[in-house]
Design a protein. Structure first.
Length: 212
């Protein structure tokens, strides 16, 4: 079913969220000739480790999305202040509506509505408002989810997960975070695979399902 979608929009509150939540699925979609657009809303300049360029995450997200196969012209980067996206709700909604006007997306991948990070909550809520007539799947970032409905699984192969890991390795500024480790990425993919009798998978929450 995932290959029935042709134009996919990935909403990432911060650079790396889209890869962490859906990197394997993005790889599979692109492998099947689908058009994927990635939107990052914050480059988290205030959170960059000391000694690194403040705009390093902008450089890293370009490299990471390219590693997944996303075309450079399909990468949109905004520079909203990290942890304060909720103060810019209307502007973000207007950004999303403008993006919607120029495209005909049939699948949206965004954070779960149960994600408790304030920036992620904002993007999930405004994403739903902007794309309420479109199929929407919420990706999991388990360190932010007190609960998560595993109502959709995308079966993946080992090379999809390896490509996800390779993309995440582009984030040198974030390499010390536990959830960036190859072991963690593969372990979660195996866990989700076991739930559906597959070797690997990514799980999503069905937020909206539109059937033609």
């Amino acid at each position: 079913m995932i290959t029935n979608f042709n134009k996919i929009l990935v909403l990432a509150p911060h650079t790396d969220d889209g890869e962490l939540g859906a990197g394997g699925t993005i790889t599979k979609l692109i492998e099947n000739g689908k058009n994927v657009t990635y939107v990052a809303f914050s480059t988290a300049e205030e959170s960059v480790p000391d000694g690194m360029a403040k705009d390093i995450l902008k450089t890293e997200v370009k490299a990471a999305t390219q590693a997944l196969g996303i075309k450079s012209e399909n990468l949109i980067i905004f520079n909203y202040q990290v942890r304060k996206l909720n103060y810019a709700r209307q502007e973000i909604l207007e950004n999303l509506i403008e993006i919607r006007k120029n495209n005909n997306f049939d699948l949206i991948l965004m954070p779960s509505l149960k994600d408790i990070h304030q920036d992620h909550t904002t993007i999930a809520q405004e994403g739903l408002r902007a794309f309420k007539n479109t199929t929407i799947l919420g990706y999991e970032l388990i360190w932010n989810n007190l609960s998560f409905d595993t109502t959709c699984f995308i079966k993946l192969d080992e090379h999809h997960i390896q490509k996800k890991v390779s993309a995440l390795h582009k984030y040198e500024s974030q390499k010390n975070r536990d959830y960036m480790s190859e072991d963690f990425i593969f372990s979660l993919a195996r866990t989700r695979g076991v739930q559906i009798g597959a070797k690997y998978a990514e799980s999503f929450e069905v937020i909206r399902c539109v059937i033609n």
